[in-house]
Design a protein. Structure first.
Length: 99
């Protein structure tokens, strides 16, 4: 007799790298390391610019809604230098304000 086991659904955000967006600007960079409840995730923040692990934070799904997600760290880095995230860097608006 086969045991009736539910297949554990793989979470599509766990393992994804991200740039968090606050006020239209990149705030954090990191990786989603686990889901801890229906509406909360544990994320590992990565230091700027070297990408060394920093602290871990618990964030709600609603906070994550505007974030940019990537499949790996290389994709995240490319986005920050040349892609979507490059237009949202904090320094950009500060540099413009200084002129």
């Amino acid at each position: 007799m086969k045991k009736n086991r539910k297949k554990q659904k793989q979470d599509c955000l766990v393992g994804r790298f991200f740039h968090s967006i606050v006020g239209g600007k990149v705030d954090w960079q990191g990786v989603v390391i686990g889901r801890i409840s229906e509406d909360r995730y544990l994320v590992q923040l990565l230091e700027w610019p070297m990408g060394e692990p920093s602290v871990q934070r618990i964030v709600s799904v609603s906070e994550m809604s505007p974030w940019l997600f990537y499949t790996d760290a290389d994709e995240m880095g490319h986005s920050y230098e040349h892609g979507s995230a490059s237009r949202l860097k904090k320094e950009t608006s500060e540099q413009i304000r200084d002129y």
